[in-house]
Design a protein around this ligand. Structure first.
Ligand SMILES: Nc1nc2c(ncn2[C@@H]2O[C@H](COP(=O)(O)OP(=O)(O)OP(=O)(O)O)[C@@H](O)[C@H]2O)c(=O)[nH]1
Ligand SMILES: [Mg+2]
Length: 215
């Protein structure tokens, strides 16, 4: 079993220019419409109640927050270090138009220009799987993701659907994951998937370094 054994806040940045420097491609970016449950999921994944602030007032997280996260494979004792990045929620209606524009520009800049991103995690409220804004985000990601980057879709608050509704959603989005941070369901699958992607890409990068060294 893979677990996250350590997670700590490193820093906040207002934009991509102020993001922490790093040579690694090990960032997992969490993006969601405001109030979808992003902070709750970060806390559930890392088993750390107060890591990311959960709020009942949408749009509270306005900075890009960075966390150092240590994965551990309990079967092999392999460790892997990554960064989780909590992006500000998008599509929050109650901010002024100008502010909304700045905010969205900031986010799209970040997604398109932050080299270190390995995985985009797009969180969607399971009760509203077809919102225009989420479709727009999906399309933006598909268009902008590099060949070596991954997109993972996760439906949140799955405890709000009954079994029948869950099955229907699963049939419609067969490659998406489903979680409930409140009931701690689905979190292990998320951790395992992120770990497997990060691990494989780390090994590939190591191989590439060897080949370039030999040139
Ligand atoms: N039922 C249920 N409620 C949840 C779940 N996850 C989060 N919530 C609730 O949804 C609300 C928003 O949760 P947050 O984790 O703060 O959401 P966020 O996406 O980080 O929101 P912003 O940072 O404001 O954009 C809170 O009231 C949470 O308690 C879940 O799995 N199930
Ligand atoms: Mg939040």
């Amino acid at each position: 079993m893979v677990e996250i054994v350590d997670a700590k806040f490193i820093t906040s940045a207002p934009n991509v220019a102020a993001a922490p420097e790093s040579d690694e491609h090990n960032e997992v970016v969490f993006m969601a419409r405001s109030n979808v449950g992003k902070s709750s999921l970060l806390n559930a994944l890392t088993n750390h109640k107060g890591l990311a602030k959960v709020s009942s007032t949408p749009g509270k997280t306005k900075l890009i927050n960075y966390f150092d996260v240590t994965f551990m494979d309990r079967d092999t004792n392999d460790k892997l270090i990554a960064k989780f990045v909590d992006l500000p929620g998008f599509g929050y209606a109650k901010v002024s138009k100008a502010m909304k524009h700045d905010w969205e520009k900031n986010l799209t800049d970040y997604i398109a220009n932050r080299e270190q991103i390995k995985i985009f995690v797009h969180l969607i409220d399971c009760r509203h799987p077809h919102l225009d804004i989420d479709t727009a985000v999906s399309e933006f990601l598909i268009e902008h993701a590099r060949e070596d980057q991954y997109i993972v879709q996760i439906f949140t608050k799955i405890d709000k659907l009954n079994q029948k509704e869950q099955s229907a959603l699963r049939r419609e989005f067969p490659s998406a994951l489903m979680v409930s941070s409140a009931k701690k369901r689905g979190t292990h699958k998320v951790i395992k998937l992120l770990y497997d992607i990060l691990k494989e890409s780390q090994e590939n990068e190591a191989k590439e370094e060897v080949t370039t060294d030999e040139d």
